[in-house]
Write a protein that binds this ligand. Structure first.
Ligand SMILES: [Zn+2]
Length: 127
């Protein structure tokens, strides 16, 4: 799957829906060990800012911390993470690979980790 086709991404209750064109294959999903992501534990893949459309988003809630550069969105009804604006490159969104139609995140195992703990140090959000 090369990710070039627009795809549907939903939260669990379906009240939040995105239409995304992945910038990389779904199999490239990885996790991050920053203070927030280590708790959230969702594999995510890149989508460039202009390649994401919020189809339904009334229930999306924004969570920010530290430098307030990254934007972490989740559904306020079912609690599922949908996407976030990356701290490392704010022109790129990370999207929840497990919310994509037709993707089982088990296919990405063993899922690699990226170093987010160092970014915590920079943003003063270390836990
Ligand atoms: Zn929901």
């Amino acid at each position: 799957m090369n990710g070039s086709e627009p795809r549907r991404l939903t939260c669990h209750c379906g009240r939040a829906e995105l239409r995304v064109t992945l910038a990389e294959p779904a199999s490239a999903a990885r996790r991050c060990d920053c203070s927030f992501c280590r708790r959230r534990q969702a594999g995510n893949v890149d989508v460039r800012d202009g390649d994401m459309e919020v189809v339904r988003g009334e229930t999306l809630t924004l969570y920010q911390f530290g430098t307030h550069t990254a934007e972490h969105y989740f559904c306020s009804v079912c609690g599922c993470y949908t996407h976030h604006r990356r701290l490392s490159d704010p022109s790129v969104m990370g999207v929840n690979v497990a919310g994509l139609d037709g993707v089982n995140p088990r296919a990405s195992e063993p899922m690699p980790w990226v170093d987010g703990a160092d970014a915590d140090e920079l943003s003063g959000a270390a836990r």
